[in-house]
Design a protein around this ligand. Structure first.
Ligand code: ZN
Length: 501
């Protein structure tokens, strides 16, 4: 229905152009025979229609396609036309090439094209701390390594360099949208905008001084300026990100909620990540983090919980009722030994469950979404003793469309269909570890490596063509990361004077 309407709407300008061209000739034929002239114009229009081609900025010709739309179709050789950043037609590539004036054509005959990955939880700038502290419990890792390293190093320059590095990693690995929680988030947004990626970017709030604000009043001011600056941007959604119920007071959380409400902004928060957090909240408030958040009016359809490892059945029912989405971060939960999130139960309860990588430092040292989907599947299976738990199709859906739903972007992205924004990737299949292919979703989730991603398109723009990142300077970004490693190392040395704390 929607597709048919779209195609008709698109056909109209071409016909109009042909009629206009025809009417010019009709006038030249003289005004004496208006009816004949109109008939002639119509005939000319019909003849000329193929010549007046519909614009198509980008034509992607795929060996196969996973649409991830409502019908969840797997298609054979398919062309995808993109104009003005929107998918305007899908079908036989030769027909599309014949009827469209194609700007750039990208052929991926041996690949499957699918919606780009949506990483619903990460801290992109922390890539500069990748490997600085590993193999530690969450609280120790945060308090002894990450918070001090951040206090000594995090600045707008640090955030920009780290975000650039992670954007490059995401572009090359097929992630087209990500949700971020960090500081100097407006600087993050600048980098994401330049990279051409899509982002839901949350300014982090904490009840102790952090690099870009000292207290709640500053937090509010910084975040409101950020929300105002990026309002209406086609790819950047500014968000409010109070860190967690155990690091933010009731007053802080309610202020964050009120600000997000005023701007219709998403609220990103870590919830029920560790058993220790459950204990702390129970001691302080006598209930679970989820129920406490509900009691202070925090929950609603724009809220995304990261982790949710220790959610119980009542929490899940409450989340479903309030429309709260869950970002499942299996690798982080495994690496920090936090536990196993009740993902199967959450989906059964009606919660939208998406995937995230967390990280980038210490809790998962990369932002590889294929790996996240693969591990989410295997963790769900082994923890429930049920190999049917989370199929490859379901995992791929969590990594794409359910990510878009969790972040409130499902009307724009998450599936390949006419009318949606063109956020898509190609995964090469002609690899020894992929062949033979019986099931495309299983091939992508269980066999592919992110280096098999040979095309990343966001909003109709090619960001990665399999060889070059077109919006990011790879060599400069890697050199910059190496320079930051020296600065971070020096700042963490025992005799360092670089510390502010
Ligand atoms: Zn996190």
């Amino acid at each position: 229905m929607r597709r048919g309407l779209r195609l008709r709407a698109l056909a109209a300008p071409a016909v109009l152009a042909a009629l206009l061209a025809g009417s010019g000739r009709a006038e030249a034929a003289g005004p004496a025979e208006p009816a004949a002239a109109v008939a002639a114009a119509a005939a000319v229009a019909a003849d000329a229609a193929p010549a007046a081609k519909t614009a198509c900025d980008l034509l992607v010709v795929a060996g196969s396609v996973l649409t991830m739309d409502d019908a969840d179709r797997a298609l054979g050789r398919t062309g995808i036309c993109v104009s003005g950043g929107t998918i305007t037609a899908m079908g036989d590539p030769d027909e599309l090439a014949g009827t469209h004036a194609v700007g750039e054509r990208v052929d991926r005959p041996n690949a499957v094209v699918l919606p780009g990955f949506v990483n619903t939880h990460t801290h992109a700038a922390m890539s500069l701390l990748r490997g600085v502290a590993n193999d530690q419990p969450l609280m120790e890792w945060l308090q002894k390594s990450i918070f001090p390293a951040e206090a000594k190093n995090v600045s707008p320059d640090f955030v920009r360099a780290g975000t650039r590095l992670t954007c490059l990693e995401m572009v090359e690995g097929g992630t087209t949208t990500f949700a971020d929680m960090y500081y100097f988030e407006s600087d993050v947004a600048d980098v994401v905008d330049t990279a051409g990626l899509r982002g839901v970017l949350g300014e982090t709030w904490l009840d102790f001084p952090v690099p870009d604000h000292k207290d709640l009043a500053e937090e509010k001011a910084v975040t409101e300026a950020f929300l105002l600056k990026w309002k209406g941007h086609p790819r950047i959604t500014a968000a409010v990100a109070p860190h967690a119920p155990y690091t933010c007071s009731k007053e802080t959380l309610q202020a964050a909620g009120a600000l997000a409400d005023r701007y219709g902004a998403p609220l990103l928060i870590h919830v029920s990540e560790t058993r220790d957090e459950q204990r702390q909240i129970r001691e302080k408030y006598g209930t679970t983090p989820t129920r406490w958040l509900d009691s202070i009016g925090f929950l609603g359809p724009r809220v995304v919980f990261a982790h949710g490892v220790w959610l119980d059945a009542d929490d899940l029912a409450l989340m479903a009722r309030r429309g709260v989405a869950l970002s499942h971060n299996p690798e982080s939960n495994m690496m920090l030994a936090s536990g196993v999130a009740p993902v199967v139960a959450a989906r059964k309860a009606g919660v939208v469950v998406a995937l995230g990588t967390d990280g980038v430092a210490g809790s998962n040292n990369d932002v590889d979404m294929i790996e996240a989907a693969d591990i989410a599947g295997k963790l769900a299976k082994v923890s429930t003793f049920d190999p049917t738990a989370l199929t490859a199709r379901e995992l791929l859906r969590m990594a794409t469309r359910d990510g878009a739903r969790a972040l409130g972007l499902a009307d724009r992205i998450g599936s390949l269909e006419v009318g949606k924004r063109a956020d898509l990737i190609a995964v090469e299949l002609d690899r020894p570890w992929m062949q033979p292919v019986y099931d495309l979703a299983a091939a992508v989730v269980y066999s592919a490596d992110r280096s098999d991603v040979s095309l990343t398109v966001v909003d109709g723009k090619v960001l990665w063509d399999g060889t070059n990142a077109r919006t990011l300077d790879r060599a400069a970004i890697l050199a910059e990361a190496a320079r930051w490693r020296e600065r971070v190392r020096a700042s963490l040395a025992p005799d360092s004077a670089g510390g502010k704390k």
